[in-house]
Design a protein around this ligand. Structure first.
Ligand code: ADP
Ligand code: ZN
Ligand code: ZN
Length: 739
């Protein structure tokens, strides 16, 4: 074979091509596809990724700039990940360089070494291992602290214990450990840092699975070793996680690794702990709550096969796992699996691609599957598995009822009827969970005299009132001002406060139940690091009797003592501008309702609505999620909307209204393909945001191939259009929301 002299390099820039660099002789032997290099790009020195090696270039070799440095002597990204990224770049019409660099943790993107960091750790010396605990105690009789530390290290054996772990478990340990070392009882050792990595104990026994759980486990087990996809539809609390754990154990026993993807909100230390208690293995977690060095270390542990289970959010999908045996995606319908900026991929869809490439099965679980997955199951692409009973013995599904709040006394967003029911549940030592998808005190302030409202200057939206500091804040652009006392329009002395957010509900409840512990869980009360976890575990232990919160509270968390769930405003999703609005509303209602009565007590769910006659609410209550989905999917079919068609959205933003429209007009004129419908340019549902005007062009086709064939030629040309430099634009394939 001819020596490779030219490297095709992906760099993190928004351009659709790879760039050729000359490989200097000194690197020719060791450069490999999948390794990082440093190259000059324009005047900048960038970290790039080698995606191809060859001897041809469209430019004369002498004109090419050289690769400056080779950062990895082994490929950092393995073949299967590169293949996945190339596929994704082509499917999402995203520049390959951006795609490749999204897939790596930040420190690696910046060029940091891929060697595992080593830290000093302590273990028993050989002498101490051979000596019995009693003998040691006799010899250390006058140094009880040293004796206790030595016992502790003995218990940890064969693991060496790092400073991090000692800091966690001991108040002071340096002096006694030094003494033990001097006496020859303890010695040091270098071992891999464990940031972002948990050593599971597997101490907790698995429950005896019920018949349905066992059937689900068996079905997936039969497909291990080849590609297959399963949709596990199980009501909240039906034991989906137990099914995952059983399968993970099986895959680990076969010497393979498992990738578990979960939504942003549900990945808490409690979930990792639940896995660690059940699995005697090394678990890497990957999510946005970690710092750079934890993410870096966890990723490298997975890459090298040292971590056998990876549990992470969306971007963990791209973690290299040399011995991948199974992919699990929990709450597959969750919107957080879709990246909403830059490279807008869907982790569920890419998980299926990855699994197919690696010939392993995928298990997707949800109480409320997405319409896409339900339809795919109906079409035979996924095998459907069902769990219809609650896992814990005796737990029954809750009673659900609608509470018509038209013409009823309702102060501060919560009806008297609901307050009465809350009181009854509290009397019987029940815990109450109230859900409202709106934070702050009220969505706006207004003047009854002149019609003035708290419109944001930079967005087509009102600013939300936050009462605790009397500030108005725009939840779309972050703009903030002091809340006025009188009307700034006409000077009228009283301002009206319509509507309610979680803060207002909390205030009202404090007035009605002054002696009851109330906990509000939303983005405003959980800003500090660790605060959400603290509040959730407090809620779980029943320290707070009333929980009020937004989505954060609704998803994936287990509150065994909750007996009453109140959904305070179910109406938002009923009249959404977005075609997925009702789907998301139904999923949220079912998810929230599922928090009630998880243990022995029967639960009750009350849904406050101004539209008790709405057919979708009725179907949802009478036929459950499946019946609802069947009807709503049929509506999509008639409207020829996804999942019965395939959509792409071109979004564009500009400082002047006319620019965006002009760009999309030009883009539309350049679009000349059959069998694709084009809608727009249309103003976005929120036309102005953070001072920028937003427009969209919608493409819709019956066949995926047709849409993508057209986009393949058209999208790369868009940046070359005359009006393109006055706007920021992006493409969203399979958009999840239209805002
Ligand atoms: P899901 O993931 O579907 O919400 P979980 O797996 O968290 O459900 O199960 C809900 C509760 O029921 C947990 O406390 C779990 O330990 C318990 N559970 C699940 N399956 C069983 C079973 N077969 N036997 C006993 N308890 C179970
Ligand atoms: Zn006024
Ligand atoms: Zn704003």
């Amino acid at each position: 074979m001819k020596q490779a002299i030219i490297a095709q390099v992906a760099v993190p820039v928004p351009l659709y091509s790879l760039f050729d660099y000359r490989v200097p002789d000194s690197l020719a032997e060791c450069i490999q596809v999948g390794a990082r290099v440093e190259v000059m790009f324009g005047r900048k020195r960038l970290v790039g990724m080698v995606l191809g090696l060859g001897s041809d270039s469209q430019l004369p070799v002498e004109k090419l700039r050289p690769v400056e440095t080779l950062l990895d002597t082994q490929p950092l990204l393995p073949e299967d990940i590169l293949q996945l990224l190339q596929w994704a770049s082509s499917y999402y019409h995203s520049p390959l360089g951006e795609v490749v660099f999204t897939a790596m943790p930040g420190l690696l993107r910046q060029g940091q070494s891929a060697d595992l960091r080593q830290v000093t750790s302590w273990v028993l010396s050989e002498r101490a291992s051979k000596t019995t605990a009693e003998e040691v105690h006799q010899q250390l009789a006058r140094a009880p602290k040293q004796a206790a530390l030595l016992d502790y290290l003995r218990h940890q054996q064969p693991l060496a214990v790092s400073a991090d772990v000692l800091n966690r478990d001991w108040e002071s340990w340096r002096a006694p450990i030094k003494a033990l070392q001097d006496k020859g009882w303890v010695e040091t050792r270098l071992q891999n840092a464990m940031d972002g990595v948990t050593r599971g104990s597997g101490e907790r026994a698995a429950p005896q699975l019920n018949v349905q759980q066992q059937a689900a486990v068996d079905a997936v087990k039969q497909s291990l070793g080849r590609f297959d996809s399963f949709l596990l539809q199980g009501i909240t609390g039906s034991g989906k996680t137990e099914v995952y754990l059983e399968l993970i154990s099986e895959v680990l026993a076969r010497g393979q690794q498992v990738l578990v993807l979960v939504p942003e909100i549900s990945l808490t230390p409690q979930l990792t702990q639940r896995f660690a208690d059940r699995l005697d293995t090394t678990i890497a977690s990957l999510h946005s709550g970690l710092n750079d060095s934890q993410r870096h270390n966890a990723w490298l542990h997975a890459r090298r096969g040292l971590a056998r289970v990876v549990i992470g959010t969306r971007s963990a999908l791209f973690t290299p796992l040399p011995e991948l045996g199974l992919v699990i995606l929990d709450e597959e319908h969750d919107a957080s699996f879709k990246q909403q900026e830059g490279f807008r991929y869907h982790a569920r869809d890419l998980a299926l691609v990855r699994a197919r490439n690696c010939a392993v099965p995928v298990l997707m679980g949800s109480a409320t599957p997405s319409f896409e997955s339900l339809l795919n199951a109906d079409r035979g692409q996924h095998t459907k598995l069902k769990l219809t009973q609650r896992g814990a013995s005796g737990a029954r599904p809750p009673r659900v009822s609608l509470l018509d709040v038209c013409h009823r006394p309702m102060e501060d967003g919560i009806s008297d009827r609901l307050l009465k029911t809350i009181d009854e549940h509290l009397q019987q030592q029940g815990q109450v969970l109230l859900f409202l998808n709106r934070r702050g005190y009220a969505p706006l302030l207004m003047c009854h005299e002149c019609g003035w409202t708290t419109a944001c200057q930079r967005c087509d939206a009102n600013m939300t009132l936050h009462q605790h500091n009397r500030r108005l804040r725009c939840h779309h652009c972050g703009h903030e001002t002091a809340a006025p006392v009188q009307c700034p329009g006409c000077g009228h002395e009283e301002l009206y406060i319509p509507g309610a957010g979680t803060e207002r509900i909390e205030t009202r409840l404090q007035q009605v139940f002054p002696d009851v512990a109330i906990s509000r869980i939303d983005r405003d009360t959980t800003r500090r690091k660790g605060e959400l976890d603290r509040k959730l575990s407090e809620a779980r232990q029943g320290e707070a009797q009333i929980l009020i919160g937004t989505q954060m509270l609704a998803k994936g968390h287990d509150f065994p003592n909750v007996t009453l769930v109140g959904i305070l405003n179910a109406d938002q999703g009923l009249f959404s501008a977005d075609f997925r609005g009702t789907e998301h509303m139904a999923q949220l209602i079912i998810q929230v309702a599922g928090r009630a009565g998880r243990a022995e007590r029967e639960g009750e769910v009350i849904i406050q609505t101004h539209h008790p006659e709405h057919p979708l609410l009725h179907t949802l209550l009478e036929s459950g999620y499946e019946g609802f989905a069947r009807e709503a999917i049929e509506e999509r079919r008639q409207a020829e909307f996804p999942p019965y068609s395939y959509m792409a959205l071109i979004r564009c933003e500009s400082t002047q209204k006319a620019y965006g429209q002009a760009f999309l007009d030009e883009a539309r004129a350049a679009f000349d393909y059959h069998d694709v419908q084009v809608f727009g340019p249309l103003p976005a549902p929120m036309e102005r945001r953070a001072g920028r005007y937003r427009w969209q062009l919608i493409l819709l086709a019956k066949a995926r191939k047709v849409l993508h064939g057209a986009c393949r030629h058209w999208v790369p040309q868009l940046s070359k259009l005359k009006s393109a430099n006055r706007v920021r634009w992006s493409i969203d394939i399979d958009p999840q929301d239209m805002f």
